[in-house]
Design a protein around this ligand. Structure first.
Ligand code: ATP
Length: 292
């Protein structure tokens, strides 16, 4: 079984600044670290760390950042489709943080937007019925919908995490088998899945719930010393999916437990890829069949 994630990959740069620069101003700041980010890359990398064969259909640039992203993906056994640059510039997020904790973020998405249904269709030619197709909310609504329809026409199981949210994503529900949404996305998009679909709603520090076949399960979050919640949702989704796929079952209460345990690790560390549970941590966590 092969997992195809279609989404963005970015270089995230974290800056500490005294104040946000005003229009026309030149200001000094400190770049404190950089990391790989982007919801597509985050989820794909964690699935790969869980031991699942995962490809990320994405776009990296001809610039030095693109080279760095491709190397980091390869270090993680994550297959990039295409494996070479397909756009002039990689996508970036620049995150400015002030001493009082305010932040301002600028993100580019030109690379991600180069992923048209025609281009993605080429990368899905090898997909088999039963393979997984996972998308987030970084592509336009028409492209996202067209890709779910394409994946269903190939007999794939589809998974949707509609973040960043777009009201037009409501049209996707008939083509989605598994949806993972936070409370805001649930309220806006009111997911209505086909019969036997699984709906997972994450509740931040309050945990998560699962609805499937008129049944309902809920788990509390695991207490953690919270340092940075960036990527908690991505960790949760990837581990929930990995836990079910590795046991060849639909998402269940054990998968919810595994996902909350993994997300608690992520919130206790700063950063994106560097904050996510390691392969060893994930192996231990996923082998626990009776989590408390
Ligand atoms: P993000 O976009 O920030 O990655 P999200 O909005 O998609 O997150 P959340 O519902 O905030 O998703 O969090 C996902 C999961 O992460 C939760 O279901 C929970 O298991 C875990 N989590 C989030 N916040 C905390 C916290 N403060 N303490 C422990 N676990 C947390």
């Amino acid at each position: 079984m092969h997992i195809y994630v279609c989404g963005n990959i970015t270089v995230d740069e974290f800056w500490q600044v005294d104040h946000f620069p005003a229009e026309g101003e030149s200001a000094l700041g400190n770049k404190v670290h950089s990391d790989v980010g982007g919801k597509g890359a985050n989820q794909a990398m964690i699935l790969s760390r869980c031991g699942l064969t995962t490809s990320l259909i994405t776009a990296t640039g001809e610039d030095s950042q693109g080279e760095w992203l491709r190397q980091r993906a390869s270090d993680e056994n994550l297959l990039l489709l295409p494996a070479v640059a397909s756009v002039p510039f990689s996508d970036n997020s620049v995150i400015f943080t002030t001493a009082n904790g305010d932040n301002a973020i600028m993100t580019s998405n030109a690379a991600a937007n180069s992923l048209t249904p025609e281009r993605v269709s080429d990368w899905l030619k090898a997909a088999q019925p039963g393979d997984i197709f996972l998308q987030q909310g970084n592509l336009s609504a028409p492209t996202t919908l067209a890709l779910f329809q394409l994946a269903k026409s190939r007999g794939m199981t589809t998974v949707f995490n509609p973040s960043p949210v777009n009201p037009a994503f409501v049209d996707c529900w008939p083509w989605v088998d598994i949806a993972v949404v936070n409370q805001g996305e649930a309220a806006l998009l009111k997911p209505r899945l086909p019969p036997h679909g699984s709906l997972i709603i994450t509740l931040g520090a309050s945990g998560a719930e699962l609805q499937r076949d008129q049944q309902h399960w809920q788990v509390p979050a695991i207490q953690a010393e919270v340092v940075d919640t960036t990527g908690a949702g991505d960790t949760f989704l990837a581990v929930l999916l990995a836990s079910s796929l590795l046991r060849q079952t639909a998402p269940d209460s054990l998968a919810l437990h595994h996902a909350t345990a993994a997300a608690a690790i992520t919130v206790s560390r700063r950063g994106t890829w560097r904050a996510f549970p390691t392969r060893a941590e994930l192996q231990t966590l996923l082998s626990d069949r009776h989590p408390s």
